[in-house]
Design a binder for this molecule. Structure first.
Ligand SMILES: *Cc1c(COP(=O)(O)O)cnc(C)c1O
Length: 386
């Protein structure tokens, strides 16, 4: 089976991890800060807080922005569960904004009309989470403009987008957001096995994120309610978690970051080949906004079902049967049973549902050979009966 995504591990990665195993620190040593500095330097942002997953990063990002009961978090329905669940962890309520039919990202026009309505009913969001789907950046200046007007905070879910650029600035530099989150799950662009990171320009937020990552405790006398009892002393200031990343993960992440630009360039080369080889098929290929340089985590095609004699599901199954590990990113969140129980229903977000009825993610990862890519194209052509 050719998977839709997978990691590439080289000897340098293995050596970096083994070196940590032989060192004094398996956790809370020098490698995680080194990984943080590598990513923050890359993105041109002063603060980066590494955690054990992007899900954890989204959770503490919401907490650091004071999301709580009575508040609303809005995101796109076409994303992974974690982009919305982070709001629920904090006791807030979640709502969705339909997608742009060209980029499949949260649509700023739909966002604006939903904000106008929410202002009338007193249900404005405290946080909006734009997700850079497939690595393609959202229309951040438009979303930032609405944030200023309606007073919400922005967490970019850039789990798909490390190594991408927007208006020729690195995604993650937080020019248009309060916090940006990356994922280092093995299917993503670079990996630390499990892992995530929250980036910010704001030193106060950075401090809070670091504290929430580790039980809400501090060793800084300036943050304490009274002078330390002694050199052993620490205080718990708020309720935090153990969301720390291990040194093994930090070392793997550092090693992988050395190849980030090569990886993204390789993904662009694969996408260019797909664009060329699939152009004659009844498919809508990924459209790239000229302001962005996508991280290209995913290559999603949409079936032009009115030109195809088989169903979406039949084509998907035919590809899997041919050994092509296609996937579907994502099932609209509002149609998940857990969200349906909150009152969401099919029909609420027509663009998202239309996308879901046609989308297939083709294999896209560093290490996918041209021969394998040709195999994907042949299987897809056969499945489409052309
Ligand atoms: C992968 C992913 C996450 C969660 O990442 P983890 O590191 O697995 O917790 C969140 N949001 C999006 C859009 C993702 O693709």
């Amino acid at each position: 089976m050719i998977p839709y995504g997978r990691q590439e591990i080289l000897q340098a990665d293995i050596d970096a991890v083994v070196e940590v195993l032989r060192s004094d620190f398996l956790t809370q040593g020098p490698m995680v800060p080194r990984f943080e500095k590598t990513v923050s330097d890359y993105c041109g942002v002063p603060h980066a807080i590494a955690v054990n997953s992007a899900t954890s990063a989204l959770h503490i990002a919401c907490l650091a922005l004071d999301l709580g009961p009575g508040d609303w978090l809005w995101t796109s329905p076409i994303t992974f569960l974690a982009s919305a669940n982070c709001g629920l962890y904090c006791g807030a309520k979640v709502d969705f904004v339909d997608i742009d039919p060209r980029t499949y990202n949260l649509c700023p026009i739909a966002l604006e009309s939903k904000l106008q309505e929410a202002e009338r009913t007193g249900r404005l969001p405290k946080i909006v989470v734009p997700v850079h789907l497939c690595g393609q950046p959202c229309d951040m200046p438009a979303i930032r403009g609405l944030a200023t007007r309606y007073g919400f905070k922005i967490i970019e879910d850039a789990s798909h987008a490390i190594g991408g650029r927007y208006l020729d600035r690195p995604i993650g530099n937080c020019e248009f957001s309060d916090i940006t989150v990356f994922s280092f799950h093995p299917v993503k662009i670079v990996t630390s096995a499990e892992g995530g990171m929250a980036l910010t320009r704001d030193p106060v937020l950075a401090n809070r994120l670091a504290r929430l990552r580790s039980h809400g405790m501090t060793r800084d006398p300036a943050e304490m309610t009274h002078a330390p009892d002694g050199p052993w002393y620490y205080q718990q200031i708020e309720l935090g978690y153990n969301y720390r990343m291990t040194e093994l993960q930090g070392a793997l992440g550092c090693s992988q970051m050395q190849r980030l630009d090569t990886y993204v360039a390789g993904r662009h080369e694969l996408a260019r080949r797909y664009d060329e080889l699939l152009a004659h098929l009844p498919l809508t290929l990924p459209w790239q906004h000229p302001d962005g340089y996508s991280g290209l985590h995913l290559y999603v095609v949409r079936l032009q079902l009115n030109h195809i004699s088989r169903t979406h599901r039949e084509i998907f199954e035919a590809l899997r049967a041919a050994g092509i590990g296609v996937n579907l990113h994502y099932i609209p969140l509002h149609t998940q049973p857990y969200y349906e129980r909150m009152g969401f229903k099919a029909g609420d977000y027509p663009q998202a549902e239309h996308y879901y009825s046609e989308a297939i993610s083709l294999p896209m990862y560093s290490g996918l050979s041209q021969a394998q890519q040709d195999q994907v194209v042949a299987a897809l052509s056969a499945a489409l009966n052309v």
